[in-house]
Design a protein around this ligand. Structure first.
Ligand code: ZN
Length: 196
């Protein structure tokens, strides 16, 4: 009987020993897993720490720029095919190549400008009385007077510049006849033709 109870005690001891070892192992492996979890968490934190780009798309027009027409660069709605947030600066530049685009990155402020020919929509609305290319005839030209006939010509009249009086000549040269209203310009043109 004594042997048997010793045996039982031994079994019990062995059971606790194995049990506690297992528990220890379990705790250890939990300890080991923890740094891994922490490092995964760190990676997530690093990713979320990269701020998204603050993207602005602009349009600029060559004639307006060249003649300093002071049009504010117009923002426009543009949805790029790719998600720019996942791209680096080089990849973004490759998507928007010069000379038609310019890419400017300041910290996380990303400005992508589409460089276009001609006049901006605002300056396109304006027309003026100027001269045709040879400088002989009074002409209705597209755009503000600063760009003379470079914006294109709507109508070359048969009124010779030489036939105008000094005041009219002066007004034509200084681009005084400028309007968004074509009919108004046409009216002025008609009156110039009648007087002379
Ligand atoms: Zn403009």
């Amino acid at each position: 009987m004594k042997n048997r109870s010793i045996f039982l005690w031994l079994c019990l001891a062995a059971f606790f020993f194995i049990g506690s070892s297992f528990l220890g192992y379990a705790i250890n492996s939990a300890d080991e897993e923890e740094p891994e979890l922490t490092s995964k968490k760190d990676v997530t934190d690093v990713t979320s720490m990269i701020e998204p780009y603050n993207i602005v798309f602009l349009e600029r027009y060559a004639l307006c720029d060249e003649y300093n027409l002071n049009c504010s660069a117009t923002g426009y709605d543009y949805t790029p095919a790719e998600d720019l947030q996942s791209l680096n600066e080089e990849e973004i530049r490759a998507l928007f190549p010069a000379p038609n685009w310019s890419v400017f990155l300041d910290d996380r402020d990303l400005t992508i400008t589409h460089l276009l020919e001609g006049l901006c929509p605002e300056h396109k609305k304006i027309m003026h009385l100027g001269l045709n290319q040879s400088g002989e005839y009074v002409t209705i030209c597209y755009g503000p007077s600063e760009i003379s006939s470079l914006g294109g010509v709507y109508l070359v009249s048969d009124i010779p510049f030489a036939a105008l009086n000094d005041e009219q000549k002066d007004k034509i040269i200084h681009g005084s006849y400028e309007s968004q209203n074509l009919e108004e310009l046409q009216g002025i043109l008609d009156s110039l033709g009648e007087i002379n």
